[in-house]
Design a protein around this ligand. Structure first.
Ligand SMILES: Nc1ncnc2c1ncn2[C@@H]1O[C@H](COP(=O)(O)OP(=O)(O)OP(=O)(O)O)[C@@H](O)[C@H]1O
Ligand SMILES: [Mg+2]
Length: 297
């Protein structure tokens, strides 16, 4: 079984991200999820077969699940069925969505339910995250009584800076900042509750928003995928949190373990993954999809 790396289509290229290749046509975007995988900010030379299908279909599932809370950018979640893209089906089947191309807000709307990642780093320095004061004495991976909205800039070079809410207001305006904050928290709470029932914790997550020609705020990009969220299994959380440690990332635990015991210095082109690590990681992605959607890919 082979994965799909670079996507080449006879369309205008909008952007190649670390994992997704985005094409542009008539004010719409064709967002194609590849089988590339990144770790420690590097794209690895190995592919994880079917990973792109999992990411794409999981996001499509969540967009449907949340569509009554907020309109989203999806025009068609099976673009391979459309006449204009039919001939691309062997490449894009199950791994692409067609979306409206919107003007984007230059911020990442991050919601945190638990103290981890970069939030833990700033908490240790100053007992706050994005200007939100927190009580002293919180432990790593503790759950917050209420989710925190902790926006960042969306930098082209990938070094996003934390923003206080006031700073975000200066960038997007008060009305939109408040709407984006409230929508983000509502979306997070709804998905978190659903996932928890299935045994998965969404520790934190990131949204992007766009604005349409009538000034409506629209949910864009991808939502509640392992690339945009931190997922833990509830039972692993209970085990590791009680020992003061971070539960393993649901998706990349085998990859991270392999890379950290390898001789790679995390500062040069990363190594190939062995076949068994690829196979186990593929299983993890399929497992996430099945647990969260209740269906097979
Ligand atoms: N509906 C939309 N309209 C306009 N831009 C969008 C829309 N949906 C997503 N985008 C943008 O398309 C790009 C998708 O690229 P992608 O997420 O793969 O790369 P990236 O975020 O730059 O890098 P990374 O690989 O680190 O995620 C993002 O810049 C995102 O903001
Ligand atoms: Mg992105």
């Amino acid at each position: 079984m082979e994965g799909i790396g670079n996507i080449d289509l006879p369309l205008k290229l909008f952007k190649r991200g670390k994992v997704r290749d985005v094409f542009e046509k008539d004010n719409q975007l064709l967002i194609v999820s590849t089988d590339r995988i990144s770790a420690y900010d590097y794209v690895l030379p190995s592919l994880i077969p079917d990973k792109g299908k999992v990411l794409n279909q999981l996001a499509a599932f969540w967009f449907k699940y949340t569509k009554n809370l907020i309109p989203n950018h999806i025009v068609c979640d099976e673009p391979e069925q459309l006449e204009e893209f039919k001939s691309f089906a062997p490449i894009i089947e199950k791994r692409a969505i067609l979306t409206r191309k919107l003007e984007t807000y230059p911020i990442e709307a991050i919601v945190r339910g638990y103290l981890a990642g970069s939030g833990w780093k700033t908490y240790q320095k100053s007992n706050e995250i994005c200007g939100i004061k927190l009580p002293a004495g919180l432990a790593f991976a503790d759950q917050f009584p209420e989710p925190l909205f902790t926006p960042t800039t969306k930098a082209e070079d990938g070094h996003d800076e934390n923003l206080t809410f006031e700073q975000m207001v200066n960038i997007v305006g008060k009305t939109d900042a408040e709407k984006i904050r409230d929508l983000s928290i509502t979306l997070y709470k709804k998905a978190r509750e659903y996932a928890y029932e299935k045994g998965v914790i969404i520790a934190d997550t990131k949204f992007e928003f766009g604005k349409d020609e009538n000034g409506n705020i629209i949910l864009i990009d991808e939502i509640f995928t392992p690339d945009s969220s931190r997922f833990w299994k509830v039972d692993e959380y209970v085990h590791w949190h009680s020992r003061g440690k971070e539960p393993p990332a649901f998706d990349k635990q085998f990859v991270r373990n392999y890379l950290s015991q390898s001789s790679w210095d995390k500062n040069s082109p990363p190594p190939q993954l062995p076949n068994d690590i690829i196979a186990k990681t593929r299983e993890k992605y399929l497992e996430i999809y099945e647990i969260l959607t209740g269906s097979q890919l």
